[in-house]
Design a protein around this ligand. Structure first.
Ligand code: PNS
Length: 166
C-alpha cells in the first residue's frame, strides 16, 4: 500500500508557507491528505468547506494531494485514512513548544504514528494565516503570499458590501 502522510491544520486560510511544506512533503510521500480541522469551538474566518475548497483549487492538478475536513482526534483521522505519518511545519523556535507537545501527545495516544517536521524556505518563515488576515483586513497586499484562490476569497470576505442596519 502507498504510504500516506497527513498534513493537519486549521488552514484559515492556506498560505504559501503551507504550500511550501506540502510540496516538500510530496517529494517524500506518494500521497498527502491535507486534514482541515473543523472545530465549532474555534472561530474561523472561513468555514471548513471553504478552506477545503481553496486547498482543492490550489492542488487541482496534483492528484497525489487531497484535502478533507476532520473533527475529533487527529490520531483517529490518521487511522481511518491508513496514515502513519503526520507532517507539520516548523518555522521558528517559537513553534517548537506547541509542536513538541502535540507530537508527544499524539505519540502517547498512537505510538505507531510518527510526526515528520519540515522547514519552509526562508522567504516563507514569517508567514502565518493570522498575519495574512490581519494585513489583508487593514488594506495590505498579500497576493504574492497566498494562492490565487485565497486572494480572491479574501477579497469576497473583506470587500463584501456591508449589510444595512435594520
Ligand atoms: O494549524 P494549527 O491550528 O496549528 O493545527 C492544529 C491541529 C489541527 C493540528 C491540532 O489542533 C489537532 O490535531 N487537533 C485535533 C484534536 C487532537 O487530536 N488533539 C490532540 C493533539 S494535541
Amino acid at each position: 500500500m502507498e504510504k500516506t502522510a497527513i498534513y493537519p491544520g486549521s488552514f484559515d486560510p492556506i498560505t504559501n508557507g503551507h504550500i511550501d511544506i506540502i510540496q516538500r512533503g510530496a517529494r517524500i510521500f506518494p500521497r498527502i491528505v491535507i486534514a482541515v480541522l473543523e472545530n465549532p469551538k474555534k472561530q474561523t474566518l472561513f468555514s471548513a468547506a471553504e478552506r477545503v475548497k481553496m486547498i482543492r483549487e490550489t492542488f487541482k492538478d496534483r492528484p497525489q494531494i487531497e484535502a478533507v475536513s476532520f473533527s475529533g482526534l487527529l490520531i483517529d483521522f490518521a487511522r481511518a485514512n491508513g496514515a502513519d505519518v503526520v507532517i507539520r511545519g516548523l518555522r521558528a523556535v517559537s513553534d517548537f513548544e506547541y509542536e513538541f507537545q502535540m507530537a508527544l501527545m499524539n505519540k502517547k495516544l498512537a505510538p505507531a504514528l510518527e510526526t515528520f517536521f519540515l522547514m519552509p524556505s526562508l522567504r516563507n518563515i514569517f508567514l502565518s494565516s493570522s498575519v495574512i488576515k490581519e494585513v489583508y483586513s487593514l488594506g495590505g497586499n498579500v497576493s504574492d503570499l497566498v494562492p490565487p484562490s485565497v486572494d480572491a476569497r479574501l477579497a469576497e470576505k473583506f470587500r463584501a458590501p456591508a449589510r444595512s442596519s435594520p
